[in-house]
Write a protein that binds this ligand. Structure first.
Ligand code: GAR
Length: 198
């Protein structure tokens, strides 16, 4: 049966668009919801243009009340009944209480070659370290930040004149190739890691 996919975003949603556009024809999954913690996320209008139902739950009124915010997320997700959740530039950390309910069914894309550079500023950190290559990772989400089994990585060389911005710009098309490739396998029950070279 076709797997139902919810995509969680916070910003422009270019990875969401790549995922949604990949789920066509004989694909084992279909997008059923795009959910954002940011009501102004540019990705929401892109999702509507793709005829995907959208929802925004602003995290700000919840302040420190992470449980309250996650309860609201949970309610929306339970209504949408996804089989798979794809975090695609979703910039809120989810607590173990939330994860327990979805473990094994949540994927994330992270702009580094994990286990290197968990967290933020990954491009600057790769440059500061003098890395010869950089890349992105799709992994299963577990209770630990940017951890969990790796399902795919895309690698690219770091060039002598790269800046954090040029790295981010060159990496994004690789993210858009990697995430759909992993999702297609994952939705078909195949967790063999995908490797791409840019
Ligand atoms: C992407 O580069 C993604 O890897 C990164 O946010 C960007 C979202 O762009 N995710 C993280 O940093 C997660 N820790 P998009 O909204 O255009 O897909």
């Amino acid at each position: 049966m076709t797997k139902r996919v919810a995509i969680l975003i916070s910003g422009g949603g270019s990875n969401m668009v790549a995922l949604a556009q990949s789920m066509r024809e004989d694909h084992p999954a279909k997008p059923v919801l795009v959910l954002s913690n940011n009501p102004n996320a540019g990705g929401l209008s892109k999702a509507r243009a793709l005829h995907i139902p959208t929802m925004a739950i602003d995290h700000k009124p919840y302040g420190q009340d992470r449980a309250g915010f996650e309860d609201a997320l949970q309610q929306v997700l339970e209504t949408a009944q996804p089989d798979i959740i794809c975090l695609a530039g979703f910039m809120r950390i989810l607590t173990p209480d939330f994860m327990v309910k979805w473990e094994g069914r949540i994927l994330n894309i992270h702009p580094s070659l994990l286990p290197k550079y968990k967290g933020l500023h990954t491009h600057a950190r790769a440059l500061e370290a003098g890395d010869a290559e950089h890349g992105c990772t799709v992994h299963e989400v577990t209770a630990a930040l940017d951890d969990g089994p790796i399902l795919g990585q895309a690698h690219m060389p770091v060039l002598a004149d790269d800046t954090p911005d040029t790295l981010a710009t060159r990496l994004l098309p690789l993210e858009h190739a990697l995430y759909p490739a992993v999702l297609r396998r994952f939705a078909a029950g195949d967790r063999t890691p995908v490797t791409l070279q840019g």
